[in-house]
Each structure stands twice: as C-alpha cells, then as structure tokens.
Design a binder for this molecule. Structure first.
Ligand SMILES: Nc1ncnc2c1ncn2[C@@H]1O[C@H](COP(=O)(O)OP(=O)(O)OP(=O)(O)O)[C@@H](O)[C@H]1O
Ligand SMILES: [Mg+2]
Length: 250
C-alpha cells in the first residue's frame, strides 16, 4: 500500500519552556486504509503530534509529507481538508448545529449531502437532535459528535482523532466506534486515533504507535503490541510484568 502520510525526524520542545524536549526523532508512515492507535502516558505529546500533523502547530525540526509532497509545498487549507484533526474539546462555530454542519461545504465549495448527514447523525445517536439549536448550547458529548460528523463530511484522506469518545457514555462511545469502523470499511480513510482506553485501542487499530521516552518508541502491529511489546516502558504502560533485567533498571 503506497504511503499516505509520512513524518520524518520530527522534534518539538515544550511550549512553556523552549529548552525542554517534548519529543524528537519521531519518524513514521501511515498508508491508505491504515488504522493506527497512538498510545502513551499523559504529557508525552500525542495531541501535540496530531496538531503538528494537521498544521495547527509546527515542529521545531523535521518534515511531514502527504502522498510524498512536503507540507511546505501545499496550501494549509488543502492540507487540512485531507488531514483532518478532531479535537477532544470540540470547537463549535457560531450559529446553529446545521450551520456548523454546512460550514465545511461552504468553505470548500462542495455540495451539502443532507441524506448522509441524517445517516451519520442517526449512527452517532443524535437522530433526535434539533438542527436549529444554537451549537454553543449542546452538551460536550453532542459537540464532540457534531465535530466528528463535520470532519467526515470533508471526506479527508486521513482522520486524526484525539480522544473523541472520552466524554461519551459507554453506549454512545460504542456507536461512534462502529460509525468510524463502517466509514473506514466504505471510504478506506486512514485513521490515527489517540485513546487511553486500551480495549478500544485493540478494537480499532491495525498498528500501535507508542510514545514514551520523548520519542515514538514502538511502531508495531496491534496484536503484537498488546501481546508482546518490545520495550519495558510499553509493558509497564500495559501493566504487564517486566522481565528481570528491566526490574533491576527501574
Ligand atoms: N503547542 C504546544 N507546543 C509545545 N508544547 C505543548 C503545546 N501544547 C501543549 N504542550 C505541552 O506539551 C506537553 C504534552 O502535551 P500533549 O497535550 O501533547 O500531551 P498528550 O500526550 O496528548 O497528553 P494527554 O494524554 O494528557 O492528552 C504538555 O506538557 C503540554 O503542556
Ligand atoms: Mg492529549
């Protein structure tokens, strides 16, 4: 499968203390159709990495490429249409829910697909939502799902999903997971999905990228990561027993 999104030797320092390294030597590639779970302890820079990949932040060093072309050579609006970041704290644009859903179409001059919107709302458990309601008045979980649907309507090549089910109850979290699995089967959209729920990570991923020690420590097929992680840090993260050598070092 040809490479879709590549990152090469990315380095980033902490925003609040520029001398302190957040991560470096971050190199990886995702192909079309890949589903990647991006895992790691809090504060490792997972959200920062996704924001860099969607050009909402910039790396101190390194390059990112979409289908072989550097982000420096692509209009950022075109890039973000193809590489779409869905934040944990969804940001609603001013206006109604429907205004929010229509905005992407106006911005990118593509027709509004009302039947698709209806289908996605139902799949996300929002079939009874009042589209004329002020988007600012939605609950956190409703905003999150509207933001996700707004992103899907762009038909991006790759979705960057940042803990998007974290504020949903279990049944709605599963609905969103199934919606995305179905979308993936039908559209082939690649996904890099940050989650702290390991069962969810195992369900939704083909590969795991594990951040630790200020870098991307493991890039492994998901089954292998969960059964036999290569590093002691990943074993610790998964709450698996460390081997004797690692016990001495920790
Ligand atoms: N724009 C930024 N540039 C550099 N550092 C940042 C930026 N935003 C946040 N940080 C800092 O980088 C560190 C990593 O933050 P980030 O939110 O990327 O971690 P994370 O792995 O997503 O954590 P969590 O699992 O808790 O969401 C934090 O110390 C944070 O304060
Ligand atoms: Mg984060």
């Amino acid at each position: 499968m040809p490479t879709l999104l590549e990152m090469e030797q990315l380095k980033k320092s902490h925003a609040d203390s520029p001398g302190t390294l957040l991560f470096s030597n971050v190199s990886a590639a995702a192909a079309r159709h890949d589903r990647v779970a991006l895992l790691g302890m809090s504060g490792q820079g997972k959200s920062t990495l996704l924001r860099i990949l969607s050009l909402l932040d910039i790396a101190d060093e390194g390059d990112i490429r979409l289908e072989g072309i550097s982000s420096r050579q692509i209009d950022p609006i075109e890039w973000r249409k193809a590489v779409c970041y869905v934040a944990q704290q969804a940001v609603m644009l001013p206006g109604s829910v429907e205004d929010n859903l229509r905005t992407v179409h106006q911005l990118h001059r593509i027709p509004y697909d009302a039947p698709l919107v209806g289908k996605l709302l139902a799949q996300a458990g929002l079939e009874t939502i009042d589209l004329s309601k002020n988007a600012a008045d939605l609950s956190g979980g409703e905003k999150q799902r509207i933001a996700l649907i707004r992103s899907l309507l762009l038909r991006p090549k790759i979705l960057l999903l940042d803990e998007i089910t974290a504020s949903l109850d279990q049944s709605n979290a599963i609905r969103v997971e199934e919606l995305l699995q179905q979308w993936h089967r039908q559209e082939g959209t690649a996904m890099i999905w940050v989650t702290h729920q390991l069962e969810q990570a195992a369900r939704i991923s083909d590969y795991v990228w594990f951040m630790g020690d200020h870098t991307l420590l493991e890039k492994t097929p998901a089954k292998q990561f969960f059964e036999q992680p290569k590093t002691g840090l990943a074993r610790k993260f998964l709450n698996q027993p460390l081997d004797r050598g690692e016990l001495c070092l920790s």
